[in-house]
Design a protein around this ligand. Structure first.
Ligand SMILES: Cc1cc2nc3c(=O)[nH]c(=O)nc-3n(C[C@H](O)[C@H](O)[C@H](O)COP(=O)(O)OP(=O)(O)OC[C@H]3O[C@@H](n4cnc5c(N)ncnc54)[C@H](O)[C@@H]3O)c2cc1C
Length: 203
């Protein structure tokens, strides 16, 4: 899926990835303008391309119990995070126009489509709030962050929960914060390291 990427602004926390999932799965199809019986735009789908604007977010959230079996997840995107998303959209639009696109759909309320590189300015200069952005999240991490200090972390550097004997967490939640890029290899490396240490301690 990820045929191309742009990491020019990765140090600012913005990564572009040319991801284009099939319509049934896609945030891309669901985000196109047009409702109900109006399928005119969707008919052009074979001529479209889409790009993911992935940001390293700085927002914080909380996971708490809800009733007996549920969980309540609260997360707030910061204005800085929203600005990164807008920058990603603007960069992607510029790239598509440079490649000959006739129209770009930025998925922003009140801005159905843009038709030229000059119009991309309206993305960067617009006053969109975090709640205006059409987002999806594929790389959650940091909800049980690891660290050397029990007062600011949930698990130690080998996944052992500070407050609960014999409880270990080996997954993406122990990453201290967003790593800004696709995390699978990092998660696997980290878990292999923590699991080896646990196995040693049990043998
Ligand atoms: C559509 C999509 C595309 C992605 N593409 C990429 C990519 O290209 N590259 C990349 O690096 N990352 C990608 N990611 C992110 C990556 O998949 C995740 O970061 C990674 O899988 C997280 O690993 P994990 O072990 O923390 O959790 P998971 O892989 O989610 O594993 C959690 C496991 O726990 C199990 N489980 C849950 N509840 C219970 C329970 N109560 N009892 C027992 N088992 C339970 C689940 O069934 C699951 O098997 C993608 C994610 C998505 C959703």
């Amino acid at each position: 899926m990820q045929s191309y990427y742009v990491d020019e602004k990765l140090s600012d926390g913005v990564l572009l990835e040319a991801t284009f999932p099939p319509p049934g799965l896609g945030y891309s199809a669901g985000s196109l303008p047009g409702w109900g019986r109006d399928k005119s735009l969707f008919a052009l789908y074979p001529h479209m391309a889409s790009c993911g604007s992935i940001i390293g977010d700085a927002g914080v959230g909380r996971v708490s119990p809800l009733g007996r079996h549920g969980v309540f997840i609260r997360y707030n995107l910061t204005r800085g995070d929203a600005a990164k998303v807008l920058e990603g959209i603007a960069m992607a639009a510029e790239i598509y126009f440079a490649a000959g696109a006739a129209e770009v759909y930025p998925m922003l309320p009140g801005l159905g489509s843009i038709r030229s590189a000059a119009e991309v300015r309206s993305v960067r200069e617009g006053r969109w709030r975090p709640s205006d952005l059409h987002l999806s999240a594929y790389h959650p991490m940091g909800s049980a962050r690891m660290g050397a200090d029990p007062s600011s972390s949930v698990v130690d550097p080998f996944g052992h929960v500070w407050d609960v004997p014999d409880l270990f967490v080996f997954d993406a939640s122990v990453l201290p914060s967003s790593c800004h890029v696709n995390p699978q290899i990092t998660i696997m490396a980290l878990v292999a390291r923590m699991a080896a240490r646990l196995a040693d301690s049990l043998s």
